[in-house]
Design a protein around this ligand. Structure first.
Ligand SMILES: [Zn+2]
Length: 121
């Protein structure tokens, strides 16, 4: 499959303000077809591999040991890992575990892998 090399400019162009904090985020589509808010700027500490597909959609998948980031992808942080509102008032979203920037990436990865990558067996 031919894909355009991910362009940070595309993600920036799609940026919107988070509804709960001042951060700029973009919405990517996961392999499961869900919408996932990501931080606009790439971050090597991120665990979400992002690329722009042939239709210009921002696609995201959670990296894992078996599926590391590929050359055409860029690593981003999922916004819920960095959202200031989520960290400040976890009670507002009881289903969201309070996360702390970057150090939380591993925990996010594990939970996201469970969620996004169904057991093939
Ligand atoms: Zn936010």
């Amino acid at each position: 499959m031919r894909v355009r090399h991910v362009s940070t400019a595309v993600v920036r162009h799609a940026a919107v303000r988070c509804g709960r904090c001042p951060a700029l985020i973009a919405f990517a589509v996961t392999e499961a077809g869900r919408s996932m808010p990501i931080d606009v700027e790439p971050d090597v500490a991120g665990n979400v591999a992002v690329h722009v597909d042939g239709a210009g959609r921002i696609r995201a998948r959670v990296v894992s040991r078996d599926r590391p980031v590929l050359g055409y992808e860029r690593l981003h942080l999922p916004h819920f890992a960095t959202c200031a509102a989520a960290q400040r008032s976890p009670a507002t979203a009881s289903n969201v575990v309070p996360l702390y920037r970057k150090r939380a990436a591993r925990r996010v990865r594990e939970s996201q892998v469970d969620q996004l990558l169904p057991d093939p067996g």
